[in-house]
Write a protein that binds this ligand. Structure first.
Ligand SMILES: Nc1nc2c(ncn2[C@@H]2O[C@H](COP(=O)(O)OP(=O)(O)OP(=O)(O)O)[C@@H](O)[C@H]2O)c(=O)[nH]1
Ligand SMILES: [Mg+2]
Length: 687
């Protein structure tokens, strides 16, 4: 390495290089500080209360400490997703790059600073029989698509590929094949040999069985790989999901990617620099168009391959922004430029990885952007900075703190507040009874009945809210669907009038997606607003119940309503439909039709067949999942309240004098003061 600027010499030892990983997390600082403070408050709360309160506080503490934000990496084939994941994990050779395109495996890496390396483990799950048959028999969605579009030749090709794959897997796995489907394999270590066996497909190894008979043995049937890895360099647990590239010919993996995006709150889209200018995959844009801008980070990788980064990078940025605007992608998504190659070279200590000219160009670019700000860097540090990985982590840190982090603090603080509220209620009962020994006993006989009434009324309120929101959503979806079909058919007829049948007509389905997305957004707003209203109402009802049963003053007593769950993005709207497939398939479909009327009816039928499953999934499974998560929050809340109320009641009934042990009567006065103080602290956490 020979760059004049800023380099201090001396290579870092291997074990030190992984410490490069700790850069870029400054943005998590405020969140982590709040999280620590909240955990301290929980520990205090646990000490003030009885055993049950202590247990509940510890559970909340655990949830906070082990919260694991998840990030899904998606992108074009060979953009460098896997290489980038390796560098973000600090293990350049962990996941094999260049995985065979037939792989369908999503690899989740769970990085945790709180576990020891001895506790590293891995778990691999295989497709079950049904998933496997669906994948093979119909050749995935593209098979369905091809058959609908009448592209028999293509379909035949898919079938051949699939038959080949099936045969190969059977041969490789022998008699065990059927038995393995649906199973899960667990290991108490993680290494690349293991990963190759389960994740990396065997084409390259097939003729090489002598050297490594185990390689790629299970990869055909592996559905997910979960790796649990100790990483003390990170400030908190993180999960990074590596997915297969999306633009494979047969789109079998599209559904897999859609599912993987849904499993994470954040999505990193990886593009290769040399492709980014010429073409940004439209299927990719469609997929992320339905995710919020603040939940997408775009990474342009392989910038070390650019001839002139200083001028090309701004061009690439502009071009991506233009394409995103034109094709209705996420506005304002942050764009970061990376080189996984530089990052992994830094981790390996290979400081000569870049030739001098390339290094010079990258340094010029980075200085121009103001990325290189420190006085001096070691050679590894310089490469690490040029790689852009710290910037990727900085972007993710900001998103985590403002999104999941804030929500988690809010949620845990509210639960903690309610635990404290319970103790506070108990305390009010105690002091009143201490002050007035002649008070009649509390009337608690009908508490159980009152709780049940409150619970069933609450569940009904929530269900009624959703029945209404979902019914309205169905109407909107149907209206959008119908109006799209009408408009498209109208445009088709116009085309036929003007140009006749000879000329292929194309119609962009973006409009349909926008309509359906709008319908979904309205539903999301209604569902969330409605959920919030119900939860607030339920919290008031509980406060009234405390008031009635224990005669606590509502002056300084209330119950915190839990936060309504967030509405998941409708990622499935992005799946490819026949209208997206311009080019040969479409023109084949077109040329097979004859006669004006045929076009119109067959077109309408085809579009209906293509869009029905999306509409069906949105109005069915997707909206019901939103209802379920609202009901879950309600259930948890009710269970929390029930257990607090029951404990106060049990104590009060056992000891006619009051509820002493709940607050550990021996040191009641100090504990009261501590409780007030802790409640004060907790109040500061709600958003
Ligand atoms: N020069 C250069 N090559 C890179 C970089 N990142 C990845 N590569 C190379 O690009 C090829 C593909 O990298 P992978 O990490 O397998 O890409 P991927 O996106 O995971 O590919 P699929 O999983 O097949 O979609 C490999 O040969 C890598 O060595 C980079 O930043 N610079
Ligand atoms: Mg890969």
């Amino acid at each position: 390495m020979n760059v004049d600027a800023n380099i201090v010499t001396g290579a870092a030892a291997t074990s030190d290089r992984i410490n490069l990983l700790s850069q870029g997390f400054e943005g998590l600082g405020p969140y982590l500080k709040r999280s620590r403070e909240l955990r301290q408050a929980l520990v205090r709360l646990g000490k003030i209360g009885d055993k049950a309160t202590n247990r509940a506080a510890r559970k909340l503490h655990h949830q906070l400490k082990h919260a694991e934000p998840s990030i899904t990496m998606i992108g074009q084939v060979k953009a460098g997703k896997t290489s980038l994941v390796n560098s973000m994990v600090g293990a350049p050779d962990l996941l094999p790059a260049d995985v065979n395109p037939w792989t369908s495996v999503v690899t989740a890496l769970h990085l945790n600073p709180n576990v020891a390396p001895e506790d590293n483990r891995a778990s691999f799950r295989f497709f079950d029989m049904e998933e496997w048959s669906r994948l093979l028999d119909r050749g995935g969605r593209i098979g369905e698509l091809a058959s609908r579009a009448g592209a028999e030749d293509e379909l035949e090709k898919v079938r051949e590929q699939v038959a080949y794959m099936r045969e190969k897997s059977r041969k490789r796995l022998g008699d065990k094949f059927e038995m393995l489907l649906g199973q899960q394999h667990e290991f108490s270590h993680v290494d690349s040999e293991l990963i190759e066996r389960y994740v990396c497909l065997g084409d390259d190894f097939e003729d090489d069985t002598e050297t490594s008979p185990e390689m790629g043995r299970f990869a055909d049937i592996t559905k997910t790989a979960e790796l649990y890895i100790s990483r003390p360099q990170l400030p908190m647990p993180l999960c990074i999901r590596d997915t297969p590239g999306v633009n494979d010919t047969f789109m079998i993996r599209e559904q897999i990617t859609i599912r993987a995006i849904r499993e994470s709150r954040l999505c990193v889209v990886v593009l290769a620099a040399h492709q980014a200018l010429s073409s940004v995959d439209l299927a990719l844009i469609r997929m992320i168009a339905n995710v919020k801008s603040r939940e997408v980070v775009i990474v342009v990788n392989r910038i070390d391959e650019l001839n002139d980064p200083v001028s090309q990078i701004p061009e690439i940025r502009d071009s991506i922004v233009r394409t995103l605007t034109e094709f209705d992608g996420p506005k304002d998504a942050q764009i970061i430029f990376t080189s996984a190659y530089c990052a992994n070279s830094a981790l390996l200590g290979d400081t000569d990885a870049l030739d001098d000219a390339t290094l010079r160009k990258m340094v010029d670019w980075s200085q121009g952007e103001g990325h290189l700000s420190r006085e001096s860097y070691t050679e590894e540090e310089l490469l690490w900075h040029l790689s852009g990985v710290p910037q990727v982590y900085a972007a993710l840190s900001a998103r985590i703190s403002e999104g999941m982090g804030q929500e988690l603090l809010d949620k845990i603080a509210k639960s903690a507040m309610n635990l404290a509220n319970g103790l506070n209620a108990a305390q009010q009962v105690i002091s009143r009874r201490e002050n007035d020994r002649d008070l009649p006993p509390l009337a608690l006989e009908d508490m159980e009945a009152a709780l049940r009434r409150l619970e069933s009324k609450s569940v009904k309120m929530m269900n009624d809210t959703f029945d209404e929101a979902i019914a309205d959503f169905h109407k909107r979806l149907e209206r959008s669907h119908r109006s799209f079909l009408e408009r498209a058919t109208g445009s088709l007829l116009q085309h036929l009038d003007k140009n006749g049948e000879g000329e292929v007509w194309e119609y962009d389905p973006t409009g349909l997606r926008i309509l359906m997305r709008t319908a979904y957004q309205v539903f999301g707003r209604n569902a969330q607003g409605g959920t919030k209203k119900v939860l607030t109402r339920v919290a008031e009802d509980y406060a009234a119940l405390y008031h009635r049963l224990f005669e606590v003053s509502d002056h300084d007593f209330g119950i915190e309503a839990p936060t309504a769950p967030r509405i998941p993005s409708p990622v499935l709207l992005g799946q490819t439909i026949a209208l997206d497939l311009k080019g040969t398939w479409w023109s084949k479909w077109w040329h097979k039709r004859r006669g004006y009327r045929n076009f119109a009816t067959e077109f309408a039928d085809m579009i209906q067949a293509e869009t029905d499953p999306i509409v069906e999934a949105l109005r069915g499974a997707h909206s019901e999942a939103v209802r379920d998560s609202a009901l879950n929050v309600l259930d948890d809340f009710m269970a929390e309240q029930r257990s607090i109320l029951q404990r106060i009641a049990a104590e009060a009934q056992r000891q006619p004098d009051g509820v002493g042990t709940l607050l550990d009567a021996s040191s009641a006065a100090t504990k009261r003061a501590e409780l007030q103080e802790t409640m004060q602290t907790l109040t500061g956490f709600a958003a």
